[in-house]
Structure formats: C-alpha cells, structure tokens
Ligand binder design. Structure first.
Ligand code: NAG
Ligand code: NAG
Ligand code: NAG
Ligand code: NAG
Length: 433
C-alpha cells in the first residue's frame, strides 16, 4: 500500500510511456550499473566543483508518541528525496522506449540523512529498513522515498500541562558533507499531511519544513511540528475528581458535631484523595524541569484536605469543652463580631450611621439578625463596651467557627482551581519559559 502510494507520488507522469520488454530493462540495468563502472560511493556530479542538490519533501503519516519524561518524539513519515545523477541517463530508444526503471536502493548512491539530535541510536533514514526501490528516469532524475519511524530528542515544557503545546524539530543532517558538496533543498515549506492519521493525545496544529546550515556548513533539512495536547482526558480523569473530593471534604463543617462522624468523614475523604493521587501519579509527566503546575494544584488540594482535618479536630475539641471553662474574652469578641457581621446587610432607612451592637442583643441570639439593633449601616464593636457578663457557650463558638472554616475552605478550593486554570490557560506560569 505504502509502496503504491510512493509510486504514484513520484512518477505519475512517466507511467504512460513504458513500452520496453523485460530484456530491455535487464540490458539497461547492466549498462547503467555494471558496464559503466558505476560506484555508489561517489556522489553524483559532472565536475567535482558541482554541488549535488537534493530536493526534499516530508510526508507525515502519524505521531507515534511524545514522551514527556525522556523528551522524545517518534513519528512515522516518508522522506521524499529527488536528485539528479548524470551517470544514470540513457537514450530511451535504445531500450525499447524505457523512460524509467526502478533499481534496488543498495546499488546506487543515495543521500544518507541522519536525524539530529538522535533520541537513541544514530542511523540514516531508510538505510536499515527493507529495500526501498530507487526510481530512475532516463534524464537522470533519481527519486527515493524511504518511510521510517523517525525519533528525535525534543525539549518538553510541561509547565502548562494539560494545556501545553510542544514544538519539536526533526532535523535531517547530511552527515560529513559540507555545503559545497551537497545541499538539501526544502521544495515546499508545507509538509504533506494527506496520509496523516490523527493521534488521540496530540493534535497537530502546525507543521512546516525548511532548510538550514548547521554551524554554517552542514546541510540540514528540518521539519517543525507543533503539537497541542488534547486536555479533556486529564480534566475529566484528574482535575474534576479532585475538585469533587475537595467539595465533599468541605461538607464536614455542615455535619453536626453531635453525630460523632466528623473525624471519620474527613479522614475517609483525605484517604480517598491520597489513594487517588497515587493512581493519578502514573498518568502524570514525571518531570521537575520545569515543574508541571498541575502538581502544585494537586498538592494544594491535599494540603487543604489535611488542614480541614486539623480544623475539624480542633473545633471538635472546642465543642466538647466544659462550660465551666469560660470562653476567653477575645474569642467571645471574635464570635460576636462574626455573628454581627452576618446581620450587617439588613436594609434600614435610618440615617444613623454608628451604633454599637449591644451585648444583650447578641447574647440572646448570637446567630440571628437582630431586630432591635436594626438602624445600623455600619456596626462597630468597641471592646470597652463589652459587658463582662456576656457569655457564650463553647458550642456556640464551635458552630460559629464551623461557618467561618467552611466559608474559608470553599474560598480556598475555588481559588486553587481558579488560579490553576488562569495560570495554565493564559500561559503565565512564572519561570516556565
Ligand atoms: C570499466 O572498467 C573496465 C575495467 O577496469 C574498463 O575496461 C572499462 O572500459 C570501464 N568502462 C567504462 C565505461 O569506463
Ligand atoms: C528541485 O527543485 C527545484 C525547485 O523546485 C527544481 O527547479 C529542480 O528541477 C528540482 N530538482 C530535481 C532534481 O527535481
Ligand atoms: C518508441 O517510440 C517511437 C516513437 O514514439 C516509436 O516509433 C517506436 O515504435 C517505439 N518503440 C518501441 C519498441 O515501442
Ligand atoms: C526528467 O524526467 C522526469 C520524468 O519524465 C520529469 O518529471 C523531470 O522533470 C525530468 N527532469 C529534467 C531535469 O528534465
């Protein structure tokens, strides 16, 4: 199939002029390669000073993998090369009008391009594969199109995982030859993707080819691939469950202290989160340079869960404290203040701006908006006005603190998610580029 495609790609226009017999072609091969003393070790030229021009185009077939940890990109592609070999010319009429023939790649000169920087082994593209035929036209045009798995090293920036875009270059270097002997010419800046098979994780957003001189002398043909990760998998399987567990965790502040289930509830959620993170760890890029932002997000959630656990325990110990112990004055003030704040938004017509919540109002019903102290826009608590008689129970304190902690935990969870998404979506992680 692949061979047929290459055939069509290379020699669509010559396929109509064939009229030779098998004998003609045999004679042609003999004359071209044996009788002319052809050497495949000598590059094609007429005079030594002539530069061999190799026209290169690249067909991307598929992306095999992009390994974030090793920094390796593997693609399957076809490197199409066309050059002129003056030794491989013949007169059509002498060989039954044969205008082209195909020769085994082992028997003719062909450019050996290696990929730099190589990811594992250095080998010339197409050389160690099965025998790709080389197509030769009677005017000396030689075309060779080896397909191969091409692997290169690629610097991966994982900071914006899973919304990252990676740019990898496949550089084909003509090893050992200088620009005055051979040049690689990128015929088109676009690479062909008509055979491209889409990849599940990576989306090809841009691909182009160009030519270059490495260190000013070594000819290089390079292909740039811009790949964007499809983030849905990570969002659905990692981010959403983590947020869900975080939300579940906050519910502990609603769970009544009397039920005695608080600690076991928050321990369970914390454990579930820890186990989940272990599983998630396998799906995550294991790199620290730069650190993926999502790792900080996961850590934040684990820390939040632990803090919620600690707060739950501390609050529970307050709740069960004996009322013979008095609530310290500062805590009383704090509880008053927090409860008073809840009534602040009560609509009032009265213009009087500064009043103080009297202690009696609060002690009677600390958590409810007070009707009597309504003409208030802005309540100020003046410490000296606190009656020393004012008493609140530990239970009331604990319940008030529950609300505050629940509120703070929700805010933290929301913020951690918001900050994470803003950082990775706007690509503004400090020190990531
Ligand atoms: C090829 O080499 C042989 C032996 O060295 C020589 O006799 C012959 O003339 C050469 N042919 C050509 C076309 O140079
Ligand atoms: C290589 O490409 C150039 C520009 O497209 C073209 O003029 C030339 O004939 C090509 N060479 C071969 C051997 O096909
Ligand atoms: C080769 O082509 C010429 C002109 O097109 C024709 O006259 C001749 O018969 C052909 N020879 C063969 C062997 O097909
Ligand atoms: C050589 O022949 C092939 C096939 O007929 C054609 O595509 C190509 O343009 C020709 N090249 C030159 C340099 O004449």
């Amino acid at each position: 199939m692949l061979k047929t495609v290459i055939w069509c790609v290379l020699f669509t226009e010559v396929a109509k002029t064939q009229g030779q017999s098998m004998q003609d072609e045999y004679k042609l091969h003999l004359d071209l390669l044996v009788h002319s003393n052809y050497s495949k070790h000598i590059r094609p030229y007429i005079t030594q000073s002539e530069v061999t021009v190799v026209n290169v185009t690249f067909d991307l077939i598929s992306i095999r993998e992009l390994d974030e940890i090793i920094g390796k990109l593997s693609v399957v592609g076809i490197l199409r090369m066309v050059w002129l070999d003056p030794r491989l010319t013949w007169d059509n009429t002498m060989y039954g009008n044969a205008s082209y023939t195909s020769i085994d790649m082992q028997e003719v000169w062909k450019p050996s391009l290696i990929i730099v920087p190589p990811a594992d082994v250095i080998s010339a593209v197409g050389f160690d594969q099965f025998h790709y035929p080389v197509f030769v036209s009677s005017n000396g045009t030689v075309a060779w199109a080896p397909g191969d798995v091409m692997t290169t090293s690629c610097t991966i920036n994982i900071a914006y995982y899973p919304f990252d875009t990676q740019i990898c270059q496949l550089k084909f270097l003509y090893w050992g030859f200088f620009k005055f002997e051979l040049i690689l010419r990128a015929v088109e800046t676009e690479i062909s993707t008509r055979m491209f098979v889409t990849h599940g994780e990576w989306e090809l957003i841009n691909a182009y080819a160009s030519e270059q001189l490495l260190e000013g002398v070594y000819p290089v043909y390079f292909v740039v691939l811009e790949l964007r990760r499809r983030p849905t998998f990570v969002i659905v399987n990692i981010v959403m469950p983590i947020l869900l567990m975080g939300a579940l965790n906050i519910l502990v502040f609603i769970l009544p202290s009397e039920s005695g289930e608080r600690v076991s509830f928050s321990i369970t959620v914390l454990l579930a989160l820890a186990v989940f993170l272990t599983v998630v760890g396998d799906n995550m890029p294991k790199t620290s340079e730069p650190m993926p932002t999502i790792s900080y997000f996961l850590l934040t959630n684990l820390v939040l869960s632990s803090v919620i656990m600690v707060l739950t325990i501390l609050n529970l110990s307050l709740y069960h404290r004996s009322d013979l112990d008095q609530v310290p004055v500062w805590l009383t003030k704090l509880v008053f203040m927090l409860n008073c704040k809840c009534t602040k938004h009560t609509k009032v017509e009265d213009i009087e701006t500064t009043t103080t919540c009297t202690v009696d109002d609060v002690t009677s019903e600390p958590s409810l908006p007070q009707e009597k102290a309504l003409p208030v826009m802005e309540k100020k608590w003046v410490a000296s006005e606190l009656n020393t008689e004012s008493k609140i129970t530990w239970q009331q304190t604990s319940k008030t603190l529950d609300k505050v902690f629940g509120f703070l935990a929700s805010i933290s969870l929301f913020l951690s998610a918001a900050v994470f998404f803003i950082l990775v979506l706007t690509k503004s992680v400090p020190g990531a580029d």
